[in-house]
Design a protein around this ligand. Structure first.
Ligand code: AMP
Length: 176
């Protein structure tokens, strides 16, 4: 694997989507085949010898990494979507965002009972989304032994809400 500095491929956009937020944009990783390949190869290296039966990801940027990883690992990919997008029978969870409520869903039939699911997103901020996603996967009878994000913002304390499950990220940032 060619080592590269992932920071060079993450666009930082101040005051997006609102004033005071520094947005870490991963579309610049997707625009660079070596950077995208680096992320997928790193994920594969980290998890290839761990017993992971499937990967789940959060709409929409999380899908891009999880789908490539699933293809590489030859495992199923389970999409977790915003409310109202999935046509089948779903498991759903409401959770609090900073100023509003959100709701995510997964197809009940896609959650493999008794299997170990790696739960991923592009970026982990407060961990609220992944925590809600974990609860619907567990409700569906699966285990979530690991969380993964390309980017982590540990100063937002995601480890506390995701505890005791280990969280792995490829790069962390320490300011808003
Ligand atoms: P959270 O539930 O707080 O961990 O938020 C995670 C979701 O919000 C992820 O899907 C991220 O893509 C997005 N997100 C939150 N904060 C940022 C940020 N500073 N830059 C980019 N994406 C963010």
């Amino acid at each position: 694997m060619i080592e590269l500095n992932l920071d060079d491929y993450i666009r930082k956009v101040p005051d997006f989507p609102k004033k005071g937020i520094l947005f870490y944009d991963i579309t610049s990783i997707l625009a660079s085949p070596p950077a995208f390949r680096y992320c997928i190869e790193k994920m594969t290296e980290i998890y290839k010898d761990k017993k992971i039966d499937a990967v789940a990801a959060i709409e929409a940027r999380g899908f891009l990494f999880a789908a490539a990883f699933a293809f590489n690992m030859d495992i199923p990919v389970i999409p977790i979507r915003k409310k109202g997008k999935l046509p089948g029978v779903t498991l759903a969870r409401k959770y609090a965002l900073e100023y509003a409520m959100a709701e995510i869903e997964v197809h009940k039939a896609d959650v493999p009972r008794g299997k170990r699911i790696l739960l991923t997103d592009d970026l982990i901020a407060t961990g609220g989304t992944l925590n809600a996603a974990r609860s619907i996967l567990v409700e569906g009878g699966a285990e979530v032994p690991e969380f993964f994000g390309i980017v982590g913002l540990p100063f937002l304390n995601y480890k506390k809400i995701l505890d005791p499950t280990p969280v792995t990220t490829l790069i962390d940032y320490y300011s808003e």
